[in-house]
Design a protein around this ligand. Sequence first.
Ligand code: FES
Ligand code: FES
Length: 158
Amino acid sequence: MASRRSLNLHINGNIHTLSLEGRVTLLDTLREHLGLTGTKKGCDQGQCGACTVHVDGERVLACLMLTAQAEGRDITTIEGLAGADGTLHAVQQAFLEDDAFQCGYCTPGQIMSAVACIREGRTGSDDDIREAMAGNLCRCGAYPNIVAAVRRAAEALA
Ligand code: FES
Ligand code: FES
């Protein structure tokens, strides 16, 4: 049996201590061990962006990161984006107002990417937004409304 080790994970302001095998990805840890199923598993190969979370404020594909690599770092998932009182993040609000999703499966990853894009200042034009969000695929083709939502949120946060 593969050896397990104890890990401390800082997620959405809480510390979780887990005993895991070294090969477990951050995505599987979030979904299968912690019940944080807002982060989606699409391709599980780093190609769709559905699993995007933030680690130390940077976008990360959780399917490509081992949980052990995330130990002690500051992890934020879609569940940690709204305020403590439930107030939606400006990007979440913009996705609602611009109807920027259909099935919604890609939406958490799109939103986490959008928050990072805005923070990185990559929202100067619609082309900038499209390029910055290129790693997040939407099988429903909601792209025009996603771009509109990111633009709206960038303006709200400026
Ligand atoms: S599930 Fe991670 S990029 Fe597709
Ligand atoms: S809204 Fe369905 S995959 Fe994007």
